[in-house]
Design a protein around this ligand. Structure first.
Ligand code: BMA
Length: 387
């Protein structure tokens, strides 16, 4: 019996050895399960998209902005993370911000050196985590920051193809493209990331907001950006994410949507008003109710639009500054997201230099226990801190 088995194994080996092609390279045909904005996206980008798509059936990934770069009272300490300090795990999604890359600056508007950011992105990728990038770029017309949005200046019109700032803006996009081209792993392969363009545009606090440009101008800005990065600069490691601030209706959600051919991930940003009201229990209760209402309305809109368009839905920014409500995560967040199929929820940053500007607990801070119980829910997905 034994020798028969041995013989069969040898035969199988010989057979398969014979069948194996000798000199030819094996080319893997990896394509995304649905068409991407970029038909020439790298195989790794398609793999990322497919992975996010399959994980929709597993649970909701935890995300945190700038998690490895700094946290409450610390800055740039290797391996350090407030989420890790509280839960023993890293988030699965890491948000990064490239505001001021357009100026050729060495560090972003929140004092992270771009070289360090690239290193963090590599580290996240190495561990199997996912990176998402936002861009609070300056106002090219006034020289002010992203929040400089005087409606009279017509900044978006000024950077579209007929505008006086068009060429200068393409120069800014070149700097953005160079950043994405620099994202390479240890083998020199481009690291795929999400790029969340011109976000919260349903509000009017950024120069690309809904009082600063018409829906047509916004869509043109979006398409022009995608086409410049993808077609002119041949950047092929991006999934494009659309994320208005929370809205009241599907029509409002889609008012400035550039079209299914230009978007891969759908999201929205929704916060509970926190810091200003954190001493008054009635105000806190009111803010929590508002948050739950806005989250529920927008999760329904988001998942319906995602279903129709075949996109991946996510809560692209959320949180309550200073977390004055002790059950924010297990109640306000988990109880609203648990019944929806969403890819991730990303909480905003824990600023090192502003003690009340934090959105996830830090070791020794408020809501630690609640955050641990939230992260331990069977639906929540986090990342091992070591490979
Ligand atoms: C805002 C605040 C700012 C920060 C900006 C961009 O919500 O956190 O302090 O500069 O995001 O990251």
């Amino acid at each position: 019996m034994r020798s028969i088995l041995l013989f069969s194994l040898m035969a199988l080996c010989l057979f398969s050895c014979k069948q194996k092609p000798t000199q030819e390279a094996i080319i893997l045909d990896i394509s995304a399960v649905r068409p991407l904005t970029d038909a020439n996206a790298t195989p790794e980008t398609a793999v990322l998209y497919n992975r996010m798509d399959s994980l929709l059936n597993v649970g909701i990934m935890l995300g945190h902005q700038d998690d490895l770069a700094y946290g409450h009272t610390w800055y740039n300490e290797p391996g350090h993370s407030d989420v890790l300090g509280v839960t023993g795990r890293y988030p699965a999604i890491f948000g990064w911000e490239i505001g001021h890359i357009e100026l050729g600056a060495e560090y972003n508007l929140d004092s992270i050196y771009f070289d360090n950011m690239k290193r963090y992105i590599r580290e996240v990728h190495h561990l199997g985590g996912i990176n998402t990038i936002s861009w609070h770029g300056d106002n090219i017309l006034t020289g002010g920051n992203a929040w400089d949005c005087d409606t009279l200046t017509r900044v978006v019109a000024s950077l579209l193809p007929d505008g006086q700032n068009h060429d200068k803006f393409l120069g800014w996009l070149d700097k953005v493209a160079d950043f994405f081209w620099d994202l390479k792993d240890d083998n020199g392969q481009l690291i795929p990331v999400m790029f969340r363009l011109y976000h919260e545009h349903s509000g009017s606090w950024f120069w690309w907001g809904n009082k600063q440009c018409t829906p047509e101008e916004y869509k043109k800005l979006w398409m022009m950006t995608v086409e410049y990065l993808r077609d002119t600069r041949q950047v092929h490691n991006l999934l494009y994410a659309y994320s208005p601030n929370y809205v009241q209706s599907e029509a409002e959600y889609l008012e400035r949507y550039p079209g299914n051919e230009y978007v891969d991930i759908l999201g929205f940003d929704c916060y509970a008003n926190g810091e200003n009201d954190n001493t008054n229990p009635e105000k806190i209760a009111f803010q929590i109710n508002e948050y739950k209402k806005n989250m529920t309305t927008n999760l329904a809109i988001l998942t319906a639009v995602a279903e129709k368009s075949g996109k991946i839905p996510a809560v692209t920014e959320s949180g309550m500054e200073s977390i004055p409500y002790p059950f924010f995560f297990s109640d306000a967040v988990y109880n609203t997201i648990k019944d929806y199929k969403i890819s991730y929820i990303l909480f905003w940053r824990n600023a090192p230099d502003r003690p009340r500007h934090f959105y996830v607990p830090y070791p020794g801070g408020a809501s630690e226990v609640d955050f641990r119980s939230f992260v331990a829910k069977p639906k929540m997905i986090t990342l091992n801190a070591h490979k």
